[in-house]
Design a protein around this ligand. Structure first.
Ligand code: 4AD
Ligand code: MG
Length: 479
């Protein structure tokens, strides 16, 4: 007989027919010769109830139906008398596919997140991680569908690279050299010419630079792949290996870029509400009572579009009115997450797209705003800033902080080269990138969405380590 997935069995109304299901035992209880098994096969958060008669199922088998065991059940689908479930199965025969003894680490309910991280190889079998991982899959489908339907091409950028897109130097090196016996030149610099690629290479921090090559040829592309950052950030929002979605579009201006950011996130959230109802209902009940309301709330709101300079003014005013911040927020300071959260959660109470950041802490490739005679600059909708600014457009989200980092790109060869030189960046690894501005340059823009930060928002989870199957963080590469 062909196996029926539990998600389908629960929907099936052909009562009286024979059915075969397989899965892992969530629990077993029983009395007076009848036992009840809650069986789950990962296809849905919901378990199907198996009703067994000890007169029919051998005692030896019944004993081996323990929490975590894998079993195969043949029986009759019947309408369930129990509330909250449509159908159940009256077992004719049960086969044990995999025993599970009492050393199974997930026997007890209510284990802490920290504990579950130590058994990350098994935690997908818990209800919560099952829900998170199904939502994660659905979000990936939403992303591909959104871009495909909007005429973007999925563009594959390399994971191994010789350039540092963000210029922050947080890169993991890739080498086949014997690290304990590195040859150095007279100045003490490591010689890479005999290394695998003939030069120093690393794991990419972003596919953007190559993505720009795609956009300036195909018009609109997106990437969706792993990125790596060797920043020693032990926070609930940072991973050393995370997945990033990076659309890049020719002929897009600052306003259109913000439209895209907002439309895209809303599409993903709407997709979750439409495609992940059971899992969201479970998380809403068990993890975060405000989850579904918050997701629906985001769809209703127009995101605030806020120049950085105006954001600083609001923060300064809050300070004057007694708000305490740990970190400074003068014009020119990079905002800390407490500042972002104040703006999003307390001041506006909705997502904020922040624009026109000071040049000092943004990346070299961003479009430079027009400078004024007194050293200031003019940005979004004519807003004036006291110093040089760039057309960065980051999306800040409630409880997450920065979920998207994006910008219009500097399309002028002269200005971009000037910025590369001003920052004393190594030109040898950027000549190919500068060629985009040399040959048929065009205005273009794009952004990067941290996939796990989106999953955090959509699931209501608090720690980024719990929304990726196998997290990579400082000091941890287990599993
Ligand atoms: O703001 P970031 O650094 O921007 C870029 O890398 C651009 N090149 C993207 C682009 O314009 N194509 O990173 C983009 C997003 C952040 O907003 C955040 O959501 C996520 O990536 N992110 C991380 N997520 C998890 N762990 C980390 N260590 C992250 N660093 C960034
Ligand atoms: Mg950023």
């Amino acid at each position: 007989m062909k196996r029926t997935k539990i998600i389908d069995a629960l929907k099936c109304t052909s009562y009286g027919e024979n059915i075969l299901v397989k899965g892992w035992v969530r629990s077993k209880r029983g009395s007076k010769g009848i036992f009840f098994v809650a069986l789950n096969d990962g296809s849905t958060i919901n378990n199907i109830q198996i009703v067994g008669d000890e007169a029919k199922i051998p005692e030896e088998t019944v004993k081996r139906i323990t929490t975590g065991a894998c079993i195969s059940v043949e029986g009759r689908l019947v309408e369930s008398p129990a509330a909250g479930q449509a159908s159940e199965i009256q077992a004719d025969s049960i086969e044990i596919l995999g025993d599970c003894d009492n050393t199974y680490p997930l026997q007890k309910k209510g284990a802490s997140w920290e504990y579950l991280r130590t058994v990350a190889h098994l935690r997908p079998r818990t209800n919560t991680f099952g829900a998170i991982l199904r939502i994660r899959h659905n979000m990936a489908m939403a992303i591909h569908t959104y871009f495909h339907e909007h005429g973007y091409f999925y563009f594959h950028t390399p994971l191994i690279t010789a350039s540092d897109c963000e210029g922050a130097g947080n890169m993991f090196q890739v080498t086949t050299k014997n690290l304990y016996d590195l040859k150095k030149d007279e100045q003490g610099k490591i010689i890479y010419s005999d290394d695998f690629f003939g030069e120093q290479t690393s794991l990419t921090v972003s596919g953007q630079l190559e993505g720009e090559l795609g956009a300036t040829a195909l018009g609109a592309i997106y990437t969706f792949g792993p990125t790596f950052r060797a920043e020693n950030s032990n926070t609930p929002r940072h991973l050393a290996e995370f997945w990033m979605i990076e659309p890049e579009v020719a002929f897009l201006d600052q306003e259109e870029l913000m439209d895209l950011e907002e439309d895209f996130i809303k599409y993903c959230v709407r997709w979750a509400l439409e495609h992940c109802q059971d899992d969201l209902a479970f998380l809403n009940k068990m993890i975060d009572k405000g989850l579904i309301e918050r997701l629906e709330g985001v769809l209703k709101e127009d995101f605030v579009r806020l120049p950085y300079t105006e954001g600083i003014r609001i923060l300064q005013e809050a300070k004057k009115n007694g708000k305490k911040f740990e970190f400074p927020c003068e014009w020119g300071d990079d905002l800390a997450s407490e500042h972002e959260r104040y703006l999003v959660e307390e001041h506006f109470k909705k997502p904020v797209i922040m624009t026109d950041y000071p040049r000092a802490f943004k990346s070299f490739y961003m479009k430079q705003n027009e400078e004024t005679a007194d050293g200031g600059s003019v940005g979004y909708k004519g807003a004036v800033a006291p110093g040089p600014t760039m057309q960065g457009t980051d999306v800040l989200f409630p409880s997450i902080g920065e979920i998207i980092g994006g910008s219009v790109r500097e399309e002028s060869y002269g200005k971009l080269l000037g910025e590369v030189e001003r920052r004393q960046m190594d030109l040898t690894h950027l000549t190919w990138y500068l060629d985009t501005r040399k040959y048929g340059s065009c205005p273009h823009a794009g952004f990067g969405l941290g996939f796990e930060r989106l999953i955090l928002f959509v699931t209501g989870m608090q720690n980024i380590r719990d929304v990726i199957p196998f997290p990579r963080t400082p000091g941890n590469a287990q599993f």
